[in-house]
Design a protein around this ligand. Structure first.
Ligand code: BEZ
Ligand code: FE
Length: 289
């Protein structure tokens, strides 16, 4: 292993890893080295560009805290998060499809009973949500845990709303024997992904928009079923075709129907126009279940 050249160095690195005991690790590292070297050769990476890349990744790491995961955000905007999800969760078209989890899920969310108001008193268009969880045959899934979280009318999650100390616009519900759960909140708005770090620099250098279409996140779990991490977008949102994290799927678009206070299924419950969002979630069984 001496006098290596740009032609022989890839094979030399591969041969140093020949004794790797874990075959999957050997496969992943081998492929990584081959693709990384091929990339460096293809673009003829200069020393200056290599140093810039190292600096970018160093700053990405320094930006990470328990509340801010810049590496996952980088994976999101490069399409890697949704690619890994697509490979790991091939579901039939009738089943509810996944989308990105994102950084705003919180473990310390409250458990609420059916129909609860989770708006935390924040201003916005009232939103009524009616969900149903069923299996592939359409039978109700009782006792499923349905986590929901979403932004406010300005596109802020609770931890970003000035003066908001308690969890709001998030909760976990249990489905009843008919698979039903429901809640009241406020209608979410579109918002930008965090742009004040290295990922923001990358987005601006590539003239990409930070704006995500509005959505309500859901994470649904039930024993014997695959976990669904998903979100529902208004079908007329202006940002559907430029989602910076590639999370939009046609099957996850929903009419966010808006009614006058004296009209529609929730008439009389508000004195201002309201939005009603209804959705059935179809769970796939776990392999072997
Ligand atoms: C979100 O929808 O909460 C989100 C997803 C990926 C990156 C940033 C935000
Ligand atoms: Fe979100």
């Amino acid at each position: 292993m001496r006098d290596l050249t740009s032609d022989t160095i890839t094979g030399a690195v591969m041969s140093t890893m020949g004794d790797t005991e874990n075959p999957r690790l050997a496969e992943i590292l081998g492929s990584l080295v081959r693709h990384l070297h091929a990339f460096v050769r293809e673009v003829e990476l200069t020393e200056e560009e290599w140093a810039q890349g190292v600096d970018f990744l160093t700053r990405t790491g320094h930006m990470c805290t328990p509340a801010r995961q810049e590496f996952i955000l980088l994976s999101d905007v490069l399409g890697v998060t949704m690619l890994v999800d697509a490979l790991g969760n091939r579901r039939p078209a009738e089943a509810t499809q996944n989308s990105v989890l994102g950084p705003y899920f919180r473990e310390d969310r409250p458990q609420h009973t059916d129909g609860a108001d989770i708006s935390g008193g924040l201003p916005g268009i009232p939103l009524f949500f009616e969900g149903r969880v069923v299996n592939a045959e359409g039978a109700p899934v009782a006792g499923a845990a349905a986590d929901v979280w979403h932004s406010d009318a300005d596109g802020h999650y609770d931890m970003e709303v000035p003066g908001q100390v308690d969890p709001a616009m998030r909760a976990v519900f249990r489905t009843d024997e008919t698979g039903h759960f429901s809640f009241r909140s406020i209608r979410p708005s579109s918002y930008p992904i965090p742009g004040d770090g290295p990922v923001g620099e990358l987005m601006s250098a590539t003239s990409r928009s930070l704006m995500r279409p509005a959505h309500v996140h859901l994470l649904i779990e039930a024993p014997g079923f695959q976990r669904v991490t998903t979100m529902l977008f208004p079908s007329d949102d202006a940002y559907l075709d430029a989602d910076p994290v590639f999370g939009v799927k046609e099957s996850l678009l929903e009419a966010y129907d808006t009614y006058a206070p004296d009209d529609g299924p929730c008439r009389g419950l508000t004195d201002v126009p309201y939005t009603l969002l209804r959705r059935t979630f179809v769970l796939e069984p776990l392999p072997g279940a």
